[in-house]
Design a protein. Structure first.
Lengths: 138, 144
């Protein structure tokens, strides 16, 4: 019986953001984004589940060495940790910092940081009560 | 039987075990480079959390795909050999195979699958093995 292997590592980062679309007027922004449109922003402890897939190396028994996996994730998340996404991260000056956009950004960055084809799935928790998913499983 | 009543159920289990990542044929430097802190001489341990997901048709008489008591019994037979053991030395499976999260999960998948073979309408769909709250492996069948 052949098996498929997946490994998931969970990291977190804390960041501020504000939801405000340049395509909408101030009133519509307030109406659509409600509390998330607060002028001075607000923040979350984001939690990210990063899943890779592949056959484990025959010798090491690992899909990818843990330390290298952690380094790749940290390199991407450290840029966001303790930042205001809209004001300090170039990507979110052009993209609205919704969970949907953040997870797409993280997918692009992590796919580059990991060996080709290894990244399988992302789950981004914005609060304990909502999460976003993106990847080859959906 | 309503063929559309294909359901998956999951039950959680826990066991505690120690392990060590090491390959004899590698130098100490290479072992440390690949495995990091997991090479410590006498092993270290975890409280593993195992999620076992099985799928099957709902039996119209019982309304179940398997009695959870039976599932619990079958999985616990397997886990007896893992709980409060040093996986490298106290079990036969990790003499050649390093007991990484991936490998422990794969061995558990095969052993549990074997136990469930006596339930013809049931299929082990996947297992998820948490080694810590922030690290888990998942195993599924390749033909899916």
């Amino acid at each position: 019986m052949k098996l498929k292997y997946y490994l998931t590592r969970i990291h977190d980062f804390s960041a501020a953001h504000r939801l405000d679309s340049p395509a909408l007027d101030a009133e519509s922004n307030r109406e659509i984004y409600d509390k998330c449109n607060n002028d001075n922003g607000h923040g979350h402890d984001y939690k990210l589940e990063v899943t890779i897939s592949g056959q484990p190396d025959e010798k090491s028994g690992l899909i990818w060495p843990r330390a290298e996996f952690d380094r790749a994730i940290n390199a991407v998340l450290q840029e966001l940790d303790y930042r205001h996404l809209n004001r300090e991260i170039e990507y979110f000056k052009k993209h609205i910092s919704t969970g949907e956009e953040i997870i797409c950004y993280l997918w692009q960055r992590l796919a580059q940081a990991l060996p080709e084809g290894m990244l399988y799935h992302l789950k981004l928790w914005e609060t304990n009560n909502n999460y976003f998913e993106f990847g080859r499983d959906l | 039987m309503d063929k559309n009543k294909q359901v998956t159920i999951t039950r959680k289990f826990e066991f505690s075990a120690s392990h060590r990542y090491w390959r004899d044929e590698w130098s100490a430097e290479k072992n440390e480079q690949v495995f990091g802190r997991c090479i410590s001489t006498y092993g270290h341990g975890h409280n593993y959390e195992l999620h076992v997901s099985v799928g099957g048709q709902v039996n119209p008489e019982t309304g179940m795909i398997i009695n959870l008591t039976d599932l619990k019994k079958e999985v616990n037979v397997v886990l007896e050999d893992f709980d409060h053991k040093f996986l490298n030395l106290d079990t036969p499976w990790f003499r050649e195979l390093v007991p990484t999260t991936e490998n422990v999960a794969a061995v558990l998948f095969r052993l549990i699958d074997e136990r469930l073979n006596t339930y013809p309408l049931l299929r082990l769909e996947r297992i998820r093995l948490y080694e810590k709250h922030d690290l888990y492996a998942e195993i599924r069948r390749a033909e899916d």
